[in-house]
Design a protein around this ligand. Structure first.
Ligand code: FES
Length: 119
């Protein structure tokens, strides 16, 4: 059975609305640390892996417009909720998304250590 635990990312106040934040989680209990992009948009929260599926660059370096985050390196665009490629949702690899919530004013993300990362 996989272990689902929530990783604390700090106070919600540290994540300004309508901005996105890049950070790394601590690896704990045998889980790897993760590079994440945390987005706080119109009162909702999203967490993506900060790794563009195209060539592995940090997607969080890009700009968001609406629900789309565009990688600055070669222009691939992703839906921040589904992680799907905007232009080729069925052909291109989606960016990984993670469950995220705010509990008692703290942002928490659920990192599942399931399949290995593709190199
Ligand atoms: S690495 Fe993101 S578009 Fe190429």
């Amino acid at each position: 059975m996989s272990h689902h635990s929530w990783t604390d990312l700090g106070p919600a106040d540290d994540f300004p609305s309508d901005k996105h934040t890049c950070l790394n989680t601590e690896g704990a209990d045998g889980t790897r640390g993760r590079a994440l992009v945390v987005l706080h948009v119109d009162g909702a929260w999203y967490a993506l892996e900060n790794r563009c599926p195209h060539a592995g660059r940090p997607l969080g370096d890009g700009e968001r417009a609406g629900m789309t985050l565009t990688c600055p390196y070669h222009g691939y665009a992703y839906h921040i909720k589904t992680g799907k490629n905007i232009d080729f949702p069925d052909e291109e690899t989606p960016v990984r998304t993670f469950p995220i919530r705010v509990e008692d004013g703290r942002v928490q993300v659920q990192i599942t250590n399931d399949e290995a990362d593709t190199p």
